[in-house]
Design a protein around this ligand. Structure first.
Ligand code: NAP
Length: 494
């Protein structure tokens, strides 16, 4: 582990080690990779309260929330380990012909192989789940890639502890040196890591500016590499007329909780609401305002995030036609973010791109539309998002097919009658979305499908059984699902 600012010489050494480790690690059986990840999960939980207390002191997040987040991180490691062994992510595909004795000929056989060393930039708002031993690290290790984590300065000590746990686990299991490295440093270190010739992919969670900087560094290389950057979202919530008439109270309560959860510091925070002007909407806004006024402000992750919230909130509230609807009544102390909701006319929103941007914190803007056509125009004006939600009755859904189609176009996860906060870790989850929510809408950063980000296909043509990897041999010794002559099966080829 590198303690101080990492120099160019250090980076070269780290990357050379990672490259060397790659050639050993990629050859290890899937079971060994999975065992490593499961052992990491156990060791992480064994970090006990001491580790949690360090994280509390660095992030201001409550102990209970961090305990849950660590359990979630351990679950990510074990569930991605299971997926790694199940092997569906390998997408093993075999197209054969048979000889005159009906014996399978080599034909064409395809599978996913690891990309190479992956550089991971952890998130400030998830010190465990999207950081050192978080989702990107777990996916890259499952794919067979060594990982180099650049510690987030907002929780550097927590990151050190977790890195020690990973390194110790790797040592106990006799895994190659260089399979995991933890470095500290500023923007220049990040740039050099992304541009090092032995880096083959990047995982990132954070701001649009940060994600795009890394994406551009990667594209300036002689050999551009993929950057999987998750850069935030305003997660619009479309509230249709039938639903607001039916249950304004529950809607207002649920929205207030979602807007202020974790002081709004989630990439799935609902930063925009869209509804049609009506008496029911006025009532909903008044109920939501009541909830927001009663919410106690909470301390934000670090002074940088707090200052950015104060600045972006002020800019948003000062735009033409924006009205402040409700502000928390409790005094905000220190770095506490003040829960706030505002409202704007749809025409003003469509014209003013600044209002489309993320205000990272407990803030949400209601866009008031004249009619359904204008709501459709708002949907068309919104950029790519991680999530969009539709609050609707069955009748609303039948009557607004075109609107729903437009919303599908802008998001990676479409929620019906639920809030966007809360991202379940399972295979069917998609945590991604069209640019600018991410740099590659085809992939997810939550759920075992995220492993695919760090692999690429290779097709073997005419290779006889003895020389094929285990995954593609006639006998199917790993007993994985494969698509053989267009049929998904675990059967061996005979
Ligand atoms: P950040 O500024 O994007 O930083 C995240 C990581 O990227 C850090 O390790 C940082 O390294 C690196 N980085 C950023 N800009 C870079 C550059 N130009 N060159 C090289 N490396 C760079 O995110 P943050 O510190 O977590 O929070 C800042 C803002 O991001 C928040 O106020 C919020 O708006 C947004 N945010 C969004 C999400 C989300 O999920 N959408 C999550 C967290 C934060 P250094 O430490 O060297 O700068």
């Amino acid at each position: 582990m590198m303690e101080a600012e990492t120099t160019t010489k250090d980076i070269d050494k780290v990357m050379n080690n990672a490259w060397k480790a790659f050639h050993e690690y990629r050859k290890l059986p899937l079971k060994k990779r999975a065992d490593f990840m499961r052992a990491m999960a156990v060791a992480l939980e064994e970090g006990g309260d001491t580790l949690l207390e360090i994280a509390v002191s660095e992030t201001n997040l409550p102990l209970a929330r961090l305990r849950n987040e660590r359990t979630r991180t351990a679950f990510q490691l074990t569930s991605y380990a299971d997926a790694c062994e199940r092997g569906n992510w390998l997408e093993a595909t075999i197209d054969t012909k048979h000889d005159e004795n009906n014996k399978p000929l080599p034909g064409l056989r395809k599978m996913q192989v690891p990309l190479g060393p992956v550089v991971v930039f952890g998130a400030s708002n998830f010190p465990f789940a999207y950081s050192t031993a978080g989702g990107d690290t777990a996916c890259a290790l499952a794919a067979g890639c060594p990982v180099i984590v650049k510690a987030h300065p907002a929780h550097a000590k927590t990151s050190d502890w977790v890195a020690d746990i990973i390194l110790q686990t790797a040592r106990i299991l006799n895994l190659p040196d260089g399979i995991f490295t933890h470095v500290h440093g500023g923007n220049e270190t990040g740039k050099q890591l992304v541009q090092h010739p032995y880096t083959k992919a990047v995982g990132f969670t954070g701001s649009f500016a940060g994600g795009m900087a890394l994406y551009n560094f990667a594209n300036q290389r002689k050999d551009p590499i993929p950057v999987f950057a998750e850069m935030g979202s305003v997660n619009p919530v479309f509230i249709l007329p039938g639903k607001i008439r039916e249950d304004a109270e529950t809607l207002a309560k649920n929205m207030a909780v979602s807007i202020t959860l974790g002081s709004g510091q989630f990439c799935t925070n609902p930063g925009l609401m869209i509804a049609i002007k009506s008496e029911e909407l006025d009532r909903f806004m008044s109920l939501l305002g009541e909830q927001i006024r009663l919410t106690e402000p909470a301390t934000m992750l670090h002074p940088g995030i707090y200052n950015s919230y104060v600045e972006k909130r002020e800019i948003a509230l000062s735009q033409a036609k924006v009205e402040t609807v409700a502000v928390a009544e409790h005094d905000a102390l220190g770095n506490q973010g003040t829960p706030t909701i505002a409202s704007v006319d749809a025409a003003a929103f469509i014209q003013n791109n600044l209002l489309h941007k993320e205000v990272f914190g407990p803030y949400s803007l209601m866009i008031q539309c004249d009619n359904l056509e204008q709501m459709q125009a708002v949907a068309l004006s919104i950029e790519g998002q991680l999530t969009a939600s539709v609050m609707a009755t069955e009748n609303d859904l039948h009557e607004n097919v075109l609107l729903i189609e437009s919303i599908k176009n802008i998001c990676g996860r479409l929620v019906l009658n639920g809030v966007p906060t809360g991202v379940e870790v399972c295979q069917a989850m998609h945590h991604g979305g069209p640019f600018p929510a991410t740099t590659d809408s085809r992939f997810t950063s939550v759920g075992a499908d995220g492993i695919k980000r760090f692999s690429r296909p290779i097709c073997f043509q005419n290779w006889s059984n003895d020389f094929l990897p285990e995954e593609l041999k006639n006998e199917n010794p790993l007993h994985i699902y494969r698509t053989v002559n267009n049929v998904l099966t675990k059967d061996p080829l005979i």
